[in-house]
Design a protein around this ligand. Structure first.
Ligand SMILES: [Zn+2]
Length: 159
């Protein structure tokens, strides 16, 4: 798999402090399927999997072992500028994990990427308005949260 070096529209932004509390369940940054996604995030780049066959070139998220269109196993990574629009959202009010017991409500959005509109990524919006004030169509941009020494995860913030 390759990581094209498309320059982002703006410098990557990393959160100064973690959004989520300690003790959350973490993905494995060494996962053979997702590893490239987290390696790019560690560099402040948001990438989406793309079929390496130029006749197909289908994008997909989340990453999978093979292309969901032509079933080829040769997949690569394509960088997004990390800007998008909230396609849908939910305000999480009940703790979905024991570490969130005292955390309070937060918003998770399904974000349609500007430069890959067929791709929708789900993620927390770190500065979203609460009390059901989030709206579909809100502009967001990617921001990166270091959640462990060896793990960076993309989040969203209001653009
Ligand atoms: Zn394909």
């Amino acid at each position: 798999m390759t990581s094209p070096q498309t320059p982002p529209a703006h410098p990557p932004e990393f959160l100064d402090d973690p959004f989520f509390p300690d003790g959350m369940t973490m993905p494995d940054p060494e996962c053979p399927i997702n590893g490239g996604f987290f390696a790019a995030a560690a560099e402040g780049r948001l990438v989406v999997q793309r079929c390496a066959d130029p006749d197909c070139a289908a994008r997909q998220y989340p990453p999978e072992l093979n292309c969901h269109v032509c079933y080829a196993f040769d997949m690569e990574w394509e960088e997004s500028v990390g800007l998008g629009t909230v396609y849908s959202w939910v305000e999480v009010v009940h703790p979905a994990h024991p570490a969130l017991r005292e955390f309070g409500a937060y918003v998770v959005a399904l974000v349609e990427l500007d430069d890959m509109p067929e791709i929708k990524l789900m993620g927390a919006v770190v500065d979203a308005p609460l009390n059901s004030q989030m709206t579909i169509g809100t502009r967001v941009r990617v921001v990166f949260e270091r959640t462990a020494d060896d793990l960076v995860q993309p989040r969203w913030r209001l653009a």
